[in-house]
Design a protein around this ligand. Structure first.
Ligand code: SF4
Ligand code: SF4
Length: 437
């Protein structure tokens, strides 16, 4: 009974802290712009292919396979974690054993996946600590980002060690007590041979120790994740579902501009008698972005696959699409404190453009969409970059000189070139003369 009470308190504390963190994060969504979700069947297909199937990650076959195995393994192991919660609250042991052969299959799969994840995490840690993989570096990858990644990998490593430990000593404990072993444990049964000399009381203690270690690590991990880049563990699947499904190069129309034009042509038809003040054009700060942009930022794994293919970054420009997403997340975290306290009018005198992202970075983008193509969680960085440029052009008239010349020409000549519209057919005059002669 004491075990159940302690477990229930730990669970309550976990849910309490998690709900408190989530409330802060999801309140931030209320300060972002609305965006409708259409084409649900296509979104479901995209989620199955990209998120569950992990298809984009396979562009790097070996590391991609390891990452996909970790993801699929987590899904299976999650079922075991749910069983632990039921056991912890009810005082039962292996309560889902009533599922019979299905349970045997799930437990066996989880046991094998635990070993695979353990090996994969060791490979990931080795790469991060000893190999200089270029995409793990960059101006945006501060020491805290590296510590964060290593801490999360350390957590997962301990989770898998404790899971295998729990299963191994469960098998030994059941055998020592003459009880039936519920479930099938291919890896743990093999490991149990190495602990055959441990006394029955020692085996029981080690089973309990690993059980508690595993579940408390899960509780702690769940509350560390929202403050870490590994928040994508929760966010990546829903992010793929809400991600942009239009063709990569498609540039959305600006609804605010359409309204402005309509108002110029016919103010009554566009807005009726009570026309609103013109909205802000484009994005200059975190609360100008759409909720999908913010979801994108929360889902960024900081993997750097986008920056690794960015032609601007490769040719030495300041731009890094990964930094753009990390900056949005950091700015919303900073401004969210004030927004939640003082409401939408809060102004701390800072903004995303200027304090986090420079104009030079924004204008370095070729809008090639290579970053969005590569992103394993379907983040669309170019649309955010484009919206920030729109702000610079429409609100600040702060386009680079070359573009300003083109804009002036479009305004005066109806084309980006410096020729009068009257001269447009001059090139054909000689042709015409030749034909008539
Ligand atoms: S769209 Fe822009 S940020 Fe993305 S890869 Fe191309 S140049 Fe880089
Ligand atoms: S935006 Fe996508 S590709 Fe780029 S670092 Fe984040 S998750 Fe990786």
């Amino acid at each position: 009974m004491l075990k159940q009470v302690v477990f229930a308190l730990a669970l309550l504390l976990t849910f309490g802290i998690f709900a408190w963190t989530m409330r802060k994060i999801f309140q931030n969504f209320s300060y972002t712009k609305k965006l409708p979700l259409d084409n649900i069947p296509k979104r479901i297909k995209e989620t199955l292919v990209v998120a569950i199937g992990q298809t984009k990650i396979f562009r790097h076959p070996v590391m991609g396979l390891l990452h996909a195995l970790v993801f699929w393994g987590f899904i299976v192991i999650l079922i075991g974690s749910i069983e632990m919660v039921i056991d912890g609250l009810s005082g039962l042991e292996r309560s889902l054993g009533i599922l019979g052969p299905v349970y045997d299959f799930l437990i066996a799969t989880g046991d094998v996946f635990a070993a695979i994840i353990l090996i994969s995490i060791l490979v990931f840690l080795f790469r991060r600590l000893f190999l200089k993989v270029k995409r793990f570096y960059g101006t945006e990858m501060k020491a805290v980002s590296k510590k964060d990644a290593n801490l999360a990998l350390g957590f997962i490593l301990l989770l898998m060690i404790s899971l295998l430990g729990m299963n191994t000593f469960y098998v030994l404990d059941a055998a020592a007590n003459g009880d039936e072993i519920v479930g099938y444990y291919p890896v743990s049964q093999y490991l149990s041979r190495f602990f055959a000399g441990v006394s029955p009381s020692g085996i029981h203690f080690l089973h309990e120790f690993n059980w508690w270690l595993h579940i408390l690590l899960i509780f702690a991990f769940a509350n560390v994740l929202p403050y870490s880049k590994h928040f994508h563990v929760f966010m990546s699947v829903p992010n793929v579902f809400v991600s942009r499904i239009s063709p990569l190069g498609y540039a959305s129309n600006m609804e605010s501009i359409t309204k402005e034009v309509k108002m110029m042509l016919d103010p009554q038809a566009a807005y009726g008698a009570t026309a609103e003040a013109p909205p802000k054009f484009g994005v200059s700060d975190a609360d100008d972005v759409s909720w999908v942009n913010y979801m994108n930022a929360l889902s960024c794994t900081e993997c750097g696959r986008c920056t690794a293919v960015c032609p601007a970054n490769i040719t030495g420009k300041l731009l890094s699409p990964r930094k753009i997403m990390m900056d949005l997340r950091a700015r919303m975290k900073e401004k969210g404190v004030g927004l939640r306290a003082e409401g939408a009018t809060f102004n701390d005198g800072k903004s995303l453009i200027g304090n986090y992202i420079s104009e030079e970075e924004l204008w370095a983008c070729t809008l090639c969409n290579a970053c969005a193509q590569e992103c394993p969680v379907n983040i669309h960085q170019p649309s955010l970059i484009l919206d920030m440029r729109r702000y610079l052009v429409l609100e600040k008239s702060a386009a680079p000189a070359g573009l300003n010349t083109a804009f002036t020409n479009i305004e005066n000549n109806g084309a980006p070139w410096q020729f009068s519209p009257q001269d447009r057919m001059k090139w054909a005059e000689e042709l015409y003369m030749n034909v008539t002669n």
